[in-house]
Design a protein around this ligand. Structure first.
Ligand code: UT7
Length: 334
């Protein structure tokens, strides 16, 4: 298959957008809320500040902003979108999720299908995988994929071991056959259920239903075994990255940019080191946004593309890990 035919047939990300709350909470402000310090947070995580939704802002509003920007940047009409996938771990509501609220505010064809997808912090890459395969199948043509997270609503703001780590954001991408940018060369997703308890929010589901009256318990906050996650994260991102490179027939040396899940700068540096990649080829923005779960990769990708770091023709490797444990990687020719 020649390069032109390949460009025509391979689904690509043809538009990107992001949605961020206006409210910023710096490490210095956190020092006044819990027993922590800017020094501890910066040295252990690389985070300096995070964005947080105001109480009256619905989480889906971030996804709507990100989607509008992605659609504006894409060479398609809103009417051409035939599927909406919203990756999120904590939806606006357990039923019906977040995707209907996002669809309702966008000017899309009214009957198109939508659904929420839950795969920990890897949700955006899982959704890209779904979009890639659906578009490849020919059954869908233009899939709007969103990573949406408002973890500020479910972190315990009295628990210094978790509240300093997370932020709110959304990022969106349009996956389409209609363009030649952002061509997805390979996409792989994986899981390790033996690590399913490392990151969890137990309450609110059917195992610990709110109807049991446990509303004030710690079951309703995100909990994490940080060290356990840390140990697995590098291996998961490295193995999935090598897998997509092998699938697409590229070597690590040919990768121009890695856009890893933004959870902790030490994890990212360790990943780069273990892959023999220098940090000047790694996109990092967690100092400004903290860990926004499903939104980290699309927001970082959007900023790297609109800021001119990622250029046409660059080979870009996305990789993520998270609750589940779900992990994966996507290889893209920009
Ligand atoms: O998207 C995936 C989600 N999660 C992750 O990626 C998280 C992965 N893990 C991590 O990023 C790190 O494990 C953390 C940043 C969560 C923690 O770093 P650590 O180097 O593993 O620290 P630690 O948990 O071993 O805690 C060391 C000390 C403890 O005190 P003691 O027991 O040694 O006296 C903690 O109580 O640091 C204390 N500590 C804090 N001190 C100041 C924990 N949180 C804080 C804090 N400020 N915010």
């Amino acid at each position: 298959m020649n390069e032109n035919n390949e460009a025509f047939l391979t689904p690509g990300i043809v538009g990107l957008g992001k949605g961020l709350p206006d409210k910023v909470i710096t490490n210095l402000e956190l020092e006044k809320m819990v027993e922590t310090s800017d020094k501890w947070i910066t040295s252990r995580t690389g985070i300096k500040e995070r964005r947080v939704l105001e109480k009256d802002e619905p989480p889906s509003s971030l996804a709507v902003s990100a989607s509008r920007e992605a659609l504006d940047n894409a060479p398609i009409d809103n009417d051409d979108v035939d599927l909406l996938v919203v990756a999120t771990n904590v939806s606006d509501m357990p039923i019906p999720g977040s995707s209907p609220f996002v669809a309702d505010k966008l000017d899309l064809r009214p009957e198109i299908p939508f659904f929420d997808l839950k795969a920990g912090c890897s949700g955006f890459l899982y959704s890209l995988d779904v979009a890639y395969n659906f578009v490849l199948s020919g059954n869908y043509h233009n899939v709007l994929v969103v990573g949406l997270e408002a973890l500020s609503r479910v972190v315990n703001w009295d628990d210094r071991s978790t509240c300093v780590l997370f932020g709110d954001a959304a990022g969106a991408g349009v996956v389409s056959r209609s363009g030649s940018t952002g061509r997805i060369l390979a996409s792989s997703t994986f899981g390790d259920p033996s690590k399913s308890r490392l990151i969890r929010l137990e309450g609110g589901g059917t195992r610990f239903p709110p109807a049991d009256g446990n509303k004030d318990g710690r079951n309703y906050y995100v909990e994490m075994e940080g060290k356990g996650v840390f140990k697995s994260a590098v291996n998961m991102m490295k193995s999935s990255s090598l897998q997509v490179l092998t699938e697409a027939g590229y070597s690590l040396d040919e990768v121009d940019w890695i856009v890893p899940h933004q959870a902790n700068i030490r994890i990212i540096k360790q990943l780069a080191k273990s892959m023999g990649i220098t940090m000047d080829r790694v996109i990092v923005n967690l100092d400004r946004y903290a860990n926004t779960s499903t939104a980290t990769i699309p927001v970082a990708l959007e900023e790297a593309v609109s800021g001119g770091s990622i250029q046409s023709g660059d080979l870009v490797l996305l990789t993520a890990f998270g609750a589940g444990a779900a992990y994966g990687a996507t290889l893209i020719k920009w």
